[in-house]
Ligand binder design. Structure first.
Ligand SMILES: [Zn+2]
Length: 150
């Protein structure tokens, strides 16, 4: 009997890249970076407010051109605890850490983000949360460091 040859090489791959978010979403990240301002888009047809902003309404396919300022506060719709570190390069922190879906006040949709300043036992669906911004912001979603209990 021939033994199969299985040779696994462990490694880490880091690929430099540039990503253009597109016009509307680039504006969102510039506002976040420069002014700590959170802006969603409102559909003129169905009035739904999207956060994070979208350029097309998935409900009625209307083009979204109306911007809405949203507060840094909202409610936690759901959450999970990430218990596995698969990449210290691609994950924002070492596991375990909580991740939630936050619906900002005035928005109709939720955004995924980290939860901080809270132990898992105290996290409750429906709890009020508020954004904590990074001191040094780079124009990406991690300019919000995390959401903490409000
Ligand atoms: Zn719509």
């Amino acid at each position: 009997m021939v033994e199969p040859h299985v040779h696994i090489v462990e490694g880490r791959l880091q690929v430099p890249y540039s990503n253009w978010y597109g016009g509307p979403i680039s504006g969102f990240f510039c506002d976040l970076r420069d002014h700590k301002r959170l802006r969603g888009t409102r559909c003129a047809s169905c009035s739904k407010v999207y956060m994070p902003p979208r350029s097309i309404c998935p409900g009625c396919f209307a083009k979204l051109r109306d911007w809405v300022d949203l507060p840094p506060t909202g409610i936690l719709l759901t959450y999970t605890i990430v218990n596995y570190t698969y990449s210290t390069y691609y994950q924002p922190m070492d596991a375990p850490y909580p991740v939630g879906i936050i619906k900002l006040d005035g928005a109709d949709t939720g955004m995924c983000h980290l939860l901080g300043e809270v132990v898992p036992e105290d996290i409750k669906i429906g709890m009020r949360v508020e954004a904590v911004f990074q001191e040094q912001r780079k124009g990406n979603i991690l300019d919000i460091a995390y959401f903490k209990p409000a």
